[in-house]
Ligand binder design. Structure first.
Ligand SMILES: Cc1cc2nc3c(=O)[nH]c(=O)nc-3n(C[C@H](O)[C@H](O)[C@H](O)COP(=O)(O)O)c2cc1C
Length: 211
């Protein structure tokens, strides 16, 4: 049987204390049991490996858009961008563990999105039809663990607004990844934390077996 690669992108900086990371570990344990031949790698986005995307990289991106070749500092920045994209693109199966931060995603994940969302890598664009989605049809799928402590589905706007899964899944679909599995842990302030945690881990186990 052909082996697949699973890349876990961990976006909480809280290490062993992280709820989303713990749910991811449960997912990975069940995934390993179900797919013993598949290769699993975790990319901790806080380990310093996501390259800067500042003046040189932004200039390089605009040069590529204009059909030019980035030079000097821009060339080095563009090479770092390509390497980060290659790491992301090395896996067919993607697992993201994503806490809600201020209604959205942690900035380190937005940082990665800004690095790898490049023309010719994630997207193409033409003046008549708009974007094309370059990861489409590549057999890719994503499981996403969403956690929050205050916001929860069905609560009023005084508990916050969900720019978390809405933003992130819009980005996934933009890349062409449309096979998306959600695992949620939103105990909220009045919830039964232990019970909600138990349910989230059970869901992670179940989804991993068929992922
Ligand atoms: C910087 C920061 C911002 C947060 N913002 C929100 C928020 O807007 N809404 C919310 O419900 N929880 C928020 N939380 C709580 C976390 O989403 C929640 O505790 C989550 O489960 C943490 O995941 P982790 O343990 O994997 O880091 C925030 C936590 C941090 C550290």
């Amino acid at each position: 049987m052909a082996t697949a690669r699973l890349l876990h992108l961990a976006t909480s900086p809280r290490g062993a204390a992280s709820e989303s990371r713990q749910i991811a570990e449960t997912f990975l344990e069940a995934y390993r049991e179900a797919h013993p031949n598949n290769v699993i790698e975790t990319w901790d986005l806080w380990d310093g490996s996501v390259p800067q995307f500042g003046p040189a990289a932004a200039a390089a991106k605009m040069a590529v858009f204009a059909g030019d070749t980035p030079r000097g500092e821009g060339a080095a920045a563009w090479q770092a961008t390509k390497s980060a994209f290659a790491r992301f693109d090395s896996a067919e199966h993607l697992l993201f563990s994503v806490p809600m931060w201020n209604a959205g995603i942690p900035y380190i994940l937005k940082h990665l999105i800004d690095v790898i969302s490049q023309p010719g890598m994630v997207f193409g664009v033409d003046p008549h039809n708009g974007y094309t989605h370059l990861l489409e049809g590549r057999g890719k799928k994503a499981a996403v663990i969403y956690t929050s402590a205050v916001w929860g589905p069905g609560l009023g706007s005084s508990f916050g607004t969900n720019f978390h899964s809405t933003y992130f899944e819009d980005w996934l679909r933009w890349t062409g990844i449309t096979d998306i599995t959600q695992i949620r842990y939103h105990p909220t302030l009045n919830g039964a934390v232990d019970e909600e945690r138990r349910k989230a881990h059970a869901t992670a186990r179940e989804r991993a077996r068929t992922f």
